[in-house]
Design a protein around this ligand. Structure first.
Ligand code: ATP
Ligand code: MG
Length: 418
């Protein structure tokens, strides 16, 4: 008789280290798991012995795959929960039978049984249980060959007061800390490869990310914003409830164009972006900015220019990619699913009115010379006032293997601020 798994077992590691805060971290992770698994329609997510048990659920493998992509989760398995009085071996044989049925073939399959017993009321030791179940499995499924090191299949048994958990197929989770376990941040999102990766890394450390995109329309087409919103939509899958602020930047750029010297335009744009993003961050209670800069990657990302931009920030500017090579960033973008959209062609706001030789090592007195010709405060306030919000909501269908939220920006509603 085949036994289909109807539970996902979800483990976490780092949050278990958080001492007195542990309970809070677990509450947040539980909420995020529920959100990822379908919000109100999610299966039950129950705390049990320092893990979460999801289910009963029809497709435990899908639930496990979704849970594995929630930040804070270290590994997942699928399994069943037996009543204490139920014999373990036949259920284990049925569960392994279903696993083998999905992997047809004749060849041998190496396996191992591990057992743990929190409920010590029974006379058998953990080893006794593991050995007995191992033998029963071998006689039920002749393809199985015992192997202690690196087997293809591990059958886990956990004997608890509330019943016995049987589980298979440990798969690594994404790790990190649950989103919302740290303060919010404002990520400067361009249409490129880097900033989506930077945003993802900030989420991985437990920050909820709001996005701020600086838009040069009409000097750039509407396709640029469209692309950025699609990227925000993809990233939304990793946290749910994302907001993206779109800042009109054309007036700033026209004003800067009138203020020589021209080679300072790029760094002055960058300073305006920082000021505007800080203003939005203050309003939205984001404690830091995040950018996709990495040192020396392009001319505008020299330490001198980074310092010039940060000089107008009133909060920390985090740069998760600061030491990564482009190849490493690209590999990460591919893993998290943003690369294909990032490489679509788009107009870059920073290249609007770009001088032939942008200043590579900006000097403070030249920056001052440019900005003294401008109504900096007026331009910043105007841009902030005209900023629009796009918001993404949890996906009503948790059918996507990344579970979280309504993904595609095409479906995003342009909602009024709340
Ligand atoms: P990316 O791939 O993220 O676009 P990049 O290598 O093209 O980065 P720059 O264009 O110099 O580098 O941008 C550096 C950082 O500045 C970006 O990672 C992003 O955080 C921010 N940024 C650039 N352009 C914009 C924009 N139009 N709106 C918001 N943030 C931007
Ligand atoms: Mg860019």
């Amino acid at each position: 008789m085949l036994v289909r798994p109807d539970r996902a077992i979800v483990r976490f590691s780092e949050i278990a280290l958080k001492g007195g805060n542990r309970r809070m971290f677990e509450d947040i992770l539980q909420r995020n798991l529920k959100c990822a698994l379908g919000g109100r329609d999610a299966p039950r997510v129950r705390r049990a012995w320092g893990r979460f048990v999801v289910g009963p659920v029809e497709d435990a493998a899908l639930a496990a795959r979704i849970a594995a992509r929630v930040f804070g989760v270290s590994s997942v398995s699928v399994g069943v929960l037996l009543e204490s009085s139920q014999p373990i071996a036949p259920a284990a044989a049925g569960l392994v039978g279903a696993w083998l049925a999905d992997r047809p073939g004749e060849g041998p399959v190496s396996f191992r049984v591990t057992a743990r017993r929190a409920d010590k009321r029974t006379a058998l030791t953990s080893q006794d249980v593991a050995r007995a179940v191992g033998e029963a499995l071998r006689s039920a499924h002749p393809r199985l060959v015992a192997r202690m090191k690196g087997p293809e299949l591990t059958v886990g048994i956990d004997v608890r007061a509330e019943g016995t958990y049987l589980f298979l197929d440990k798969e690594k989770g994404v790790g990190g800390l649950p989103v919302d376990s740290q303060a919010k941040v404002m990520t400067l999102l361009s249409g490129g490869i880097d900033s989506p990766v930077a945003a993802w890394l900030a989420m991985k450390r437990g920050c909820r990310v709001d996005f701020c995109h600086v838009d040069s329309f009409p000097f750039t087409g509407t396709r640029s914003v469209d692309k950025v919103l699609r990227l925000a939509g993809l990233l939304n899958r990793w946290q749910g409830r994302t907001r993206c602020w779109v800042v009109p930047f054309a007036n700033v750029q026209v004003a800067v164009k009138e203020a020589p010297p021209a080679d300072y335009r790029t760094v002055v744009y960058r300073r305006f972006m920082t000021r505007i993003a800080c203003r939005l961050a203050a309003r939205e209670e984001c404690l830091a900015l995040v950018t996709g800069d990495s040192i020396g990657q392009v001319a505008s990302q020299t330490l001198e220019n980074i310092a010039a931009a940060d000089a107008c920030a009133d909060r920390p500017v985090l740069r998760p990619l600061v030491a990564l090579d482009k190849e490493e960033i690209i590999a990460q973008a591919q893993r998290i699913g943003t690369f294909a959209v990032s490489i679509e062609p788009h107009d870059d706001c920073c290249t609007v009115f770009q001088p032939e030789n942008p200043a590579v090592r900006a000097k403070a007195h030249w920056i001052e010379r440019v900005e003294s010709q401008l109504d900096v405060e007026g331009l910043v306030s105007e841009a902030v006032e005209k900023t629009r919000a796009m918001r993404y909501l949890p996906d009503p269908e948790p059918s996507h293997p990344w579970g979280l939220v309504r993904a595609a920006a095409e479906r995003a509603a342009d909602l009024p601020l709340d």
